[in-house]
Design a protein around this ligand. Structure first.
Ligand SMILES: [Zn+2]
Ligand SMILES: [Zn+2]
Length: 306
């Protein structure tokens, strides 16, 4: 299961109710901050999420509404909050701009208060833990190196306790060995194979997070069958021309992608101050009913949908 907490949901400039782009994706003890718009650190505090373990930041692109918060965050880390290390991930030109902000403006010759790594990434898997991976993919938006991210649980075979009970497998290490794929021998000499107690392969939960995007046809493959798709919806269809001009999406376009890709759930963010969330929601739901428009501090649990 993944959990996504929205810290900021406004496009381009904050509004009274919406901060700028930032989300925390959680899985067990892992936490990833996806984008860090201006004011993110205050949103982190207000949400109660705290800074602990918030040591991986993934950037979708280098526009200011997605990165300016890194300056304030670094300033705070210099004086107040301790963090053991920080990894920032993004495309080359995104990292160049972040480097200018952090080293040219905030640090100005001082060392960062923690080991700070700028990790240039290209499309593909760049993070792997025991039971999930994080991959990047290319997104079309203004400027080069725009990325989206897929958080995906690894496929696994569920343990069937009733089968193990029937076969008399005791509780304890024997069950763990079977789950790990090893055959075991019971006290009475009978052998039990993993196949005897494991169900059919189940795909892991898949969460796709897209930042700003100007088109959807090149996102179809990566969004296919996702349990949840988080994507921008800056405009309404009545402003489709403006959306095209600034390389953003309308609610209708985002919902169309959700339908074509067969995703289970659509969560829209990056809402222009010109629009009410209600209008974005209505337009998207006319195409794809299982849509939500995120508000700041909304949190969604992403589980595998049947
Ligand atoms: Zn933006
Ligand atoms: Zn942008």
């Amino acid at each position: 299961m993944f959990e996504i907490l929205f810290l900021g949901t406004s496009a381009s400039a904050p509004s009274a109710k919406r901060g700028l782009a930032a989300q925390i994706v959680k899985h067990d003890e892992y936490r990833f901050l996806v984008d860090c718009g201006e004011g993110t650190q205050r949103q982190i505090m207000q949400s109660g999420a705290g800074f602990k373990n918030l040591n991986r930041i993934l950037l979708t692109h280098g526009h200011l509404d997605h990165i300016l918060g890194l300056g304030g965050l670094m300033s705070t880390f210099l004086r107040w909050e301790a963090i053991e290390e920080l990894d920032i991930f993004g495309g080359r030109s995104t990292l160049d701009r972040v480097h200018d902000l952090l080293y040219g403006v905030v640090l100005r010759g001082n060392q960062p208060p923690m080991p700070l790594r700028m990790n240039e990434i290209k499309p593909g898997t760049f993070f792997e833990a025991d039971d999930f991976t994080v991959s990047a993919f290319s997104v079309t938006h203004r400027g080069p190196d725009c990325l989206g991210y897929v958080f995906e649980g690894k496929a696994r075979r569920p343990f069937l306790p009733e089968k193990a009970d029937q076969l008399g497998v005791p509780f304890g290490p024997e069950r763990r060995l079977l789950v790990e794929g090893q055959e075991i021998t019971l006290a009475d000499g009978r052998r039990v194979k993993p196949d005897d107690v494991l169900g059919p392969v189940q795909k892991g939960v898949k969460l796709v997070v897209v930042g700003d995007a100007g088109k959807t046809d090149d996102l179809l493959g990566v969004c296919r069958d996702a349990d949840a798709l988080v994507i921008e919806s800056t405009y309404l269809h009545e402003e489709a021309e403006m959306a095209r001009q600034f390389s953003h999406l309308t609610a209708r376009q985002a919902a169309g992608l959700a339908v074509k890709a067969g995703v289970k759930r659509l969560i829209l963010t990056h809402i222009s101050r010109r629009h009410r969330g209600r209008d974005i929601l209505d337009e998207a739901q006319a195409v794809f009913p299982n849509t939500a428009v995120a508000r700041d501090f909304d949190s969604f649990q992403i589980k595998r949908e049947a």
